[in-house]
Design a protein. Sequence first.
Length: 414
Amino acid sequence: MKFLIVTFAPTLKKEDKFYSYAPYVYEMNLWSKYITELGIVSPIVYADKLLLSSFEKQPKIFPIQSISFVSVKSFFWSLYRIPLIIVQLFKAMQWADHIHVRCPGNIGLLGCIVQVAFPNKPKTVKYAGNWDPKSKQPFSYQLQKWIVSNTFLTRNTKVLVYGEWPNQSKNIVPFFTATYSDEEIRHPQTCTERSRSVDWGSHDLENDGQIPNHPSTPLRNQVRNDEREKNLPKPVLIDSKINFLFVGALTKGKQPLLSVKVVHELKKKGYQVQLDLYGEGVEREAIETYIKEYKLETNILLHGNVSKEIIKRAYQKAHFLLFISKSEGWPKVVAEAMFWGCLPITSAVSCVPYMLDNGNRGAIVHANVDEITLVAEGYLNDNEKYVTQVKKAMEWSRYYTLEKFEEEIGKVLV
């Protein structure tokens, strides 16, 4: 099978090998196990630093130039480049046996348009943004969503989206992100080799006879029921330290300062609390100022960017994840926290209500310090509720491992 990827992610050549953004490469390496030849339509230059990894199956490159519309100059350059990109897309899609378009993005939009000319070729579209029909998004994103969900324009296609949404066309398929393996469930302290972030596609739930959102969904292997008992929820003991966690970029969109203020409020109420923040960003200075002003050096700890193994241990230690983001596609840290028994308190962004079963596997809150503080106190004063929800969260998240992802890729490509 000749498998073609259409993406804005740059493909860079270095020492006779092709490289690209590491998490994306790891995902596509898994897809490549099921194909014979790999082709990529993408830009081939990138000015900024990028975390790179090489493709296991070296691709045939159909090079294009990047486009953007952030300035008058880039606008006119992009108008000049678009016809050339469309020609290259036609050539590449003629070469391919299977077309894989990655959205949203400018190149993804052009890919969505050109694929209409190939109705008989099997295709997949990975929409990595927020699929919520009620969310406010740029016009180009809405246009991409409309094209790929229109079964007259987009034929013979599975569209992989985050979460389950009502009144969707028949080609829309829910999918998730997997980070951890079955082996890590059995050996949580030692197994790190396969910890990666990749996307899991579940295109055939009806045939499988299981609906992942249902609390009674059996785990993929019965052994998981026994292995899960090795990682029981951490009980909340009010007379001991209560650990909160924030993982993500320290940006205004992720609102890390809101999490800091919540923990500060709990401290003022007499609780022994600690918040560990992992990540970097422009909000770090504001957080440091807040910590210094209110003398919270022993309660609020900034760790910066760290390895995935350190993050995993942080999930295992913490009682709660505080993640009140304004915009997400798939909030990976929420699923990862659930996997390790760290209960999420998070905003209702994108598919979070689906992930949390509308509040049965964690708390969904507004970006309000008083509200979040009350929700946290509710758990601190009801340990049975806390433990019950953590168990439900772990069971749901641990269904979606890397092994499950690899299985489902094969079904998607049939």
